[in-house]
Design a protein around this ligand. Structure first.
Ligand SMILES: [Zn+2]
Length: 215
């Protein structure tokens, strides 16, 4: 999907994009494919009611990642680091172990770490410093963490849900592909047309023939 969103970029360049840059590209792809309006169903945490979340992609656009060098000073440590990309996350995943994954991702993104002025290996940096680095990463790349403020229409609970454009768009594209294949199946069965001819029909013509077939 990212290759379609940012044509001409090498797979390595795509994997190196920060998560916020990547998600900004995918939001644009979503807008050009299906429009800016996003509607989805969310389950209320308290009463399990299904509520509709409805927003415009322009409302969740955030600023670009900072290009300034990133560093955190905490508990006597100074850590210089860079923002993670998709490639970093893919290489850091430790199956089923969230803590080990966080740690691996942190260590991968550290450029240099110092304790009381002496350089130390990233593996020796304590958890509270890792937390501070993570928080700073989020501030530096705000598009990477899209949150929606939701209110339940049944019980009035207010909470924040994260919106993951990767999963959302992939599900939409997958659904669209299945619908399109089914339409090809219906028209090919009825008229004996080839797949390429059916896909070349304009949307209104295809809709007309589908209506005629399913009457
Ligand atoms: Zn509720």
């Amino acid at each position: 999907m990212l290759g379609a969103a940012a044509p001409g970029q090498s797979p390595d360049a795509l994997a190196d994009m920060s998560i916020g840059q990547r998600d900004a590209c995918l939001l644009s792809l979503r807008e050009s494919l299906f429009g800016p309006r996003v509607t989805g169903m969310v389950t209320c945490r308290a009463c399990q009611e299904q509520i509709e979340a409805d927003f415009d992609i322009r409302q969740v656009r955030a600023s670009r990642p900072t290009s300034a060098p990133l560093s955190v000073s905490e508990s006597g440590y100074q850590v210089n680091f860079r923002l993670p990309g998709t490639g970093d996350i893919a290489s850091s995943i430790r199956d089923g172990d969230v803590e080990a994954t966080r740690r691996a991702l942190f260590e991968r993104c550290v450029v240099s770490a110092y304790h009381e002025g002496r350089e130390v290996p990233p593996a020796s940096v304590p958890p509270q410093v890792v937390d501070a680095v993570e928080a700073r990463m989020g501030e530096a790349d705000p598009q990477a963490d899209i949150r929606l403020a939701l209110t339940c229409s049944e019980c009035s609970l207010e909470w924040e849900a994260t919106f993951d454009i990767v999963t959302f768009l992939w599900t939409e594209v997958d659904g669209w592909a299945r619908r399109t294949l089914f339409e090809v199946h219906l028209l090919a069965s009825a008229y004996g047309w080839r797949e390429s001819d059916i896909l070349a029909l304009s949307a209104p013509r295809r809709r007309f023939y589908l209506e005629a077939v399913t009457l």
